[in-house]
Design a binder for this molecule. Structure first.
Ligand code: AKG
Length: 215
């Protein structure tokens, strides 16, 4: 445990605070975020074929952000997200200027093995991740390994902090879990610096209301 009561894993590259947000507040936040977020279904091309990310996503902050070969245009901070950012900053002991909000509509949605190592986040980023809604598995593997070295079930209200050289030594993933029927929302707060990439993706994607349109 660290001084802030965080469990320390993988040589302190990961810190976890279970129940960082109390259950009733976490449930209320889930409902509010689900309803008020202008979810984006991100479309892109792979080998000339149209694809859509298997999750809905929205970026907030002051600066466009590129990852997975796409450039995302941010929305301005809302009062609620500013409040959550302050909570994450106090525990992660850093300042954040960017947020990715992701909606995993059910167990068919996920994110494949990757590291958050795009140039905008700098060399050893501190990334704070807050989870709401359905519990999902969060896997970590050493680069070059095929099997995970760490599996965490991230539940509503849990805070996970990635830090140090984790993004260079390991990759992470939220696997598909077809048995999961409920939605999950994940917020990852980051610090972006350097020249902003040119926005390109917004016009290629579509804003959806969820669950109205997709459910
Ligand atoms: O949903 C999560 O817990 C992880 C999200 C993630 O992998 C990322 O934002 O890089």
């Amino acid at each position: 445990m660290t001084a802030a009561g965080l469990a320390s894993l993988l040589d302190d590259r990961i810190r976890v605070a279970r129940g960082f947000v109390a259950p009733a507040r976490a449930a209320a936040l889930m409902a509010t975020l689900l309803r008020e977020t202008p979810w984006l279904a991100v479309r892109y091309e792979n080998g000339g074929r149209p694809r859509e990310l298997p999750r809905l996503t929205v970026n907030y902050g002051e600066r466009s952000y590129d990852y997975s070969g796409l450039v995302f245009t941010p929305l301005p901070w809302t009062p609620l997200l500013t409040e959550l950012r302050a909570l994450a900053e106090a525990t992660a002991e850093t300042r954040f200027n960017a947020l990715i909000v992701q909606l995993y509509r059910d167990g068919e949605d996920g994110v494949n093995w990757h590291a958050d190592d795009s140039p905008g986040v700098g060399r050893d980023p501190i990334i704070a991740s807050l989870s709401f809604g359905a519990t999902r598995q969060f896997l970590v593997r050493a680069r070059g390994a095929s099997e995970p070295c760490l599996t965490l079930a991230l539940a509503a209200g849990d805070l996970l902090i990635m830090r140090g050289d984790l993004q260079h030594t390991h990759q992470h993933k939220v696997p598909r879990e077809p048995g999961v029927t409920g939605p999950r929302i994940n917020l990852t707060f980051r610090t972006l610096a350097g020249p902003a990439p040119q926005p390109e993706v917004a016009h290629a994607s579509r804003v959806v209301r969820w669950p109205d349109e997709e459910g």
